[in-house]
Design a protein around this ligand. Sequence first.
Ligand SMILES: Cc1ncc(COP(=O)(O)O)c(C=O)c1O
Length: 398
Amino acid sequence: MTESVMPTYGRLDIAFTRGEGVWLYDEQGEAYLDALSGIAVCNLGHCHPAVSSAIAEQAETLMHTSNIYHVPLQSQLATKLTELSEMSQAFFCNSGAEANETAIKIARKYGHSKGIDKPVIIVMDGSFHGRTMATLTATGNPKVHAGFEPLVPGFVRVPYNDIDALRMAISHWPEAVAVMLEPVQGEGGVRVPEADYLDEVRTLCTQRKLLMMLDEVQTGIGRTGQWFAYQHAENVLPDVLMLAKGLGNGMPIGACLVSGSATGVLEPGNHGSTFGGNPLACRAALAVLNTIETTNLLAHVTAMNQHITSAFEQALSNVDGVHVRSKGFMFGIELPIECIELVKQALAKKILINVTADKVIRLLPPLVMSADEANKMVSIVTDLVQTFMATHTVESVA
Ligand SMILES: Cc1ncc(COP(=O)(O)O)c(C=O)c1O
């Protein structure tokens, strides 16, 4: 829109000036159904009154001091997050990439403490971990690497959802210190692993004394119907847990939590952030967690997941080659052909969707979406898919 902004994004030709619940309003006042939540950020919908008023009040009281001093709201937030997650301690930063950078530093220092000079972190094909040098290296997408070589050393990659491949890599790399993965791959195409995959990763990590580092930047804070996606599994507690996105509902805040052998690895002077965990961001995050709890939102997400998933499955059952995947309020509709153009077609129908991994329509609606709003989302997206598939043949595009 303006040439003074560095053109790092391929933006759609629209700007929004106001948001309320699942609705965004453009400069002309037209309403759009937001089925993306600012990419899994505005889990409570736009401008949730509890969050907005907490921010407004805090902005008039104290926004920032520094981590040179104690920050009581930061301690409160750490206590709340450790209670919800069963982790031990939290470090606060401002984004998902920074949460993951923190995890990578913990893994390396953990390795050094075991006498491993060149520690190796095992990462996954199809993953997304951020755009800083270390997190883009960890990311399993060659398009994200291109042009930024040399990449950061100390990462090896295995196929996702393949426990044998992970076992082999661990045996092959004595310098391995950690396994870093998403419990559901978001950018990778809403890829939901086998039910026992995380359990098996946990067992392998425990046996081989590797840190299990879960990137829940997208899946955390209720997105999958549990506070954290690993809580769907019975016996999984990660050693390192990375959060951001939904934690602040739009206020930038990230966190890296530790438990077990990852606790105490980072010592005074090892890591820091000027803004990380300031009173304003922590107050917003506390309001987010409190609202999810008091409105029983996790139960709503679980119930609505079933409603929305079966509505999509039913409506698309007669369209060849289309597969519906979901976990909580993460929905992926995989088409047999590339379908990026659907994003613009959806915009014309006044709904905001995303296409990832070229062929997967990704929906990440606000967790507060009602049944009526969900039915509207299903109906518009289904129409778009049916029309698209009726006018494209797999051969003609391939
Ligand atoms: C799983 C995951 N990790 C990390 C990131 C990076 O987060 P940020 O853009 O806040 O740095 C994202 C962003 O999409 C993500 O989905």
